[in-house]
Ligand binder design. Sequence first.
Ligand code: A3P
Length: 325
Amino acid sequence: SSSQCDENQEFQELLKTLPKEKGWAFDEAYLYQGFWIRAQILQQIILCQHQFQARHTDVLLATQPKSGTTWLKALAFAIAHRKRYALPTHALLTNNPQKLVPFIEVNQETHQQDLADRLSSLPPFSPRVLSTHLPYASLPESVTSITNDCRIVYLCRNPKDTLVSTWHFMSKIKSSEAAYEEPLSLEEAHELFCRGASPYGPFWEHMLGYWKASLERPEKVLFLRYEEMKKDIKSQVKRLAEHIGCPFTIEEENEGVVDDIIKLCSFENLKNLEVNKSEKMLVVDCKYFFRKGIVGDWVNYLTPQMAEQLDQVTKEKLQDHGFPI
Ligand code: A3P
């Protein structure tokens, strides 16, 4: 239609005005509202910012790529819908968590850009468990509005593991496509990451945005860390359940419901499910969402100099904010 054509032209004009960087996987990255994003996704993001209407009961999971999104999706879905699925026939046994908890800003299953269409595939009960990689300041207005009760859960991971995980993931999806260009080297990836040009980065600004929001509005935003979840999953799962309005009862705890959910969503269990070994979402094999699932794997990849440089940037970026490293 002609209005679509206008929109497209407007979008092309917008692109010309934005700073550009080398992308991690396919196309170039652009700096939009202070964060780096691929052109192809940018158009969908703008649509989402204009159209997405949060419901009071919504649960929105926010992360940067490769900080444990898949794990958080599985846990939140299993917690919120624990009365609907019996363990032996649970939806998570036959669906990748990415499929059960869609992103509000991108469609992982088709190139179809229609937001209503994408959300119509959600299970027909409340709460809707949704996800996003958008920074806090760029969320659709209805999500952050003080008159909307929807809940946000942010999951953060240490930058060195996030970098290494992102580099592995991008290399795999790039080389699995008809590759006319080599995947980024780890050195290039490290340099882009340190400069802030990681997917949806700068890394530090992204986490600080949600961290500050979690201090200002603790009833709205819960801030979780991947490392704390690895250390003591049970207490983190209980915090998560409380925050999204589905706390566990003493009876449930005694019956082992919390432990069952933790086991269902564990790395070993999800990684070995047939669906997660064989299915594909657009260009991404679901198996790429499960690599090692540990803390500190960066030591096997980053040189001491690379680690030190990244630590230094982290220190500089966080020192004035009181963020506990
Ligand atoms: P590694 O590459 O370090 O192994 P995302 O889900 O945001 O894409 O993040 C992917 C990272 O989370 C990968 O990290 C992946 O192995 C890890 N992961 C996936 N499922 C997990 C789970 N159930 N428990 C812990 N880590 C998990």
